[in-house]
Design a binder for this molecule. Structure first.
Ligand code: NAD
Length: 508
């Protein structure tokens, strides 16, 4: 794929327009494959956040957007889907260049998932119970009762750098499907596709419905999370920052959705089909250089097949080809930044220090033609115990910890021994055994004989410190609506309103 996108400065996107930042400052967007600057972005400030929130509030107060009929809204969502497909080439290019995700993944998976997500939302929105009628109550007297689901208002979305445009869509689609308006703050490594999405979507929604203010987490992110005129915060990122955002949102009791970190356990049972389970488990941990929140980073292997599994894991890992993410031949691209590369290398060092055995990779790599890039080999540690740092902390890099177990009960106990609960997996030929294990795993998604199988019609989110709330599927519409009970009395005679005697014992 070739495309000509010249190096340029991307302004903020507010109220349907490209808008310069009030500070006049910009920051660089660097290609992690080469370390070269390839775009500049206006650096938002608190005053820009105020402007964006004001625009979003005005758009929310516009009845024609908030009260739009579901069928009409479905049309808008379908139009967004068509716009995404029409602009796919530019979106894919910007995403590959800034996130380091491979062209193969982003052009085939992410962009289609995004287009499909808006189409699925279009279907959900016409079936969604925006108004439900409750049965006539036996007590205290006849009345007609509705439950209405109404939009929450101005939503803030704070997003990470790993799958920036897909994760932004997980928030934009349900927010718009239910009549909210949104202000997004993308991660500073990867703001370009969120800005581009806002421009594309603005072609089919009123001004102010979608706004994007890039800037630092400390300034723009914290201000959005605490802004008195923001009604909801949807955050995807680390558990540490999620904790901070929840605290800030608590000041004004904002509705909050948090999609946080993971250290997902992957359990191989003795009868697993290793021909699939080995590449499947590596797909589960090395896709996008291990920078996916639901990566299967802890692999539990029974004693009886441990050595065979390790040997085959190493052989398969050696097939993974590192390269420039724009090349269709590249299996694994760079990690996002020099800082992230150094963090991953320090975890690898910690693994060695703690006594785990490094059986594969463990080094940074210089890729010809990408000398300034941030590449790390697929890395495997064996003889890991579940209490080690590399088994407990989220590394967010291509590092697998293989942990030995003697009984399935032990594997389940170790699998759950983590603060996280985002995803889990089990590999077996016995479906009954699979469900038995699945029932005991404390995670928001469990894959049986597979990994990374997120669906636009299934909920996604974490147990424990991996988050609160769910994204995707019809379930995500609940996260962007609030319930209103509407009661209409059907008792026109005062004497039949016996409940008024709770206050007036003497009636005339
Ligand atoms: P991060 O938490 O550092 O940053 C996420 C976003 O929050 C960025 O936009 C950042 O600028 C902003 N931010 C940082 N500090 C802030 C603050 N004090 N107040 C407000 N906003 C602030 O995460 P990251 O490094 O961008 O992404 C990696 C993390 O995201 C990993 O922990 C990963 O597991 C998680 N993640 C979770 C999911 C999920 O769905 N559960 C999906 C993808 C990534």
């Amino acid at each position: 794929m070739t495309t000509n996108v010249e190096l340029k400065t991307f302004p903020l996107f507010i109220n349907g327009q490209w808008t310069a930042a009030s500070s006049g400052e910009t920051f660089d967007v660097v290609s992690p494959a080469t370390g070269e600057v390839f775009a500049k972005v206006s650096k938002g400030t608190r005053s820009d956040v105020d402007q964006a929130v004001q625009a979003a509030r005005a758009a929310f107060n516009n009845d024609s957007w908030r009260e739009m009929k579901p069928k009409e809204r479905a049309q808008v969502l379908n139009n967004i889907s068509y716009q995404i497909v029409a602009h796919a080439e530019e979106l894919v290019y910007l995403e590959v260049m800034s996130s380091g995700g491979t062209l193969r993944r982003i052009s085939s998976n992410d962009i289609l998932q995004m287009a499909d997500l808006f189409q699925q939302m279009a279907k959900f929105v016409v079936e969604y119970p925006f108004s439900e009628t409750l049965p006539v109550p036996p007590f205290p007297g006849p009345s007609h009762n509705f439950v209405w689901r109404e939009p929450i208002g101005v939503c803030a979305a704070i997003t990470p750098w790993n799958m920036p445009m897909l994760i932004a869509c997980w928030k934009i689609a349900p927010a718009l499907a239910t009549g909210n308006t949104i202000v997004l703050k993308p991660a500073s490594y990867t703001p370009l596709t969120t800005l581009k999405l806002a421009e594309i979507i603005s072609a089919v929604v009123p001004p102010g419905v979608i706004n994007v203010v890039p800037g630092s987490g400390k300034e723009v992110g914290e201000y959005l999370a605490s802004h008195p005129d923001v009604d909801k915060v949807a955050f995807t990122g680390s558990t540490e920052v999620g904790r901070r955002i929840m605290g800030l949102a608590a000041e004004t009791i904002k509705n909050t959705t948090l999609e946080l970190g993971g250290k997902s356990p992957n359990i191989l049972l003795e009868d697993a089909d290793l021909d699939i389970a080995i590449p499947g488990s590596l797909f589960g941990v090395f896709l996008h250089s291990g920078q996916l929140c639901e990566s299967g980073t802890r692999l539990f292997v029974p004693d009886g097949i441990y050595d065979e599994v390790v040997e085959r894991l190493v052989a398969w890992s050696k097939k993974v080809k590192l390269g420039h993410p724009l090349s269709p031949e590249t299996d694994m691209g760079p990690v996002i930044s020099k800082q992230q590369r150094d963090t991953i290398l320090s975890y690898i060092e910690a693994g060695k220090q703690e006594g785990a055995t490094l059986v594969c990779g463990g080094n940074e790599v210089t890729v010809p033609g990408c000398e300034g890039g941030y590449f790390i080999e697929p890395t495997i540690f064996t003889n890991v115990t579940n209490d080690m740092k590399i088994a407990q902390e989220e590394i967010f890099g291509p590092v697998l910890s293989v942990i030995r177990y003697s009984s399935v009960e032990e594997a389940i106990q170790l699998a759950n021994d983590t603060i996280f609960g985002l995803a889990a997996g089990v590999w077996t030929r016995d479906v009954n055994k699979a469900y038995e294990v699945t029932r005991k795993l404390r995670a928001g998604v469990v894959w049986i004989n597979d990994w990374h199988m997120l669906r636009n019609d299934a909920p996604f989110g974490g147990y424990k410190q991996s988050g609160i709330g769910r994204e995707m599927g019809k379930y995500s519409l609940d996260a962007y609506t609030q319930l209103k009970h509407v009661h209409t009395s059907m008792v026109p005679q005062l004497e039949r309103r016996s409940w008024y005697q709770l206050l007036f014992s003497q009636s005339e």
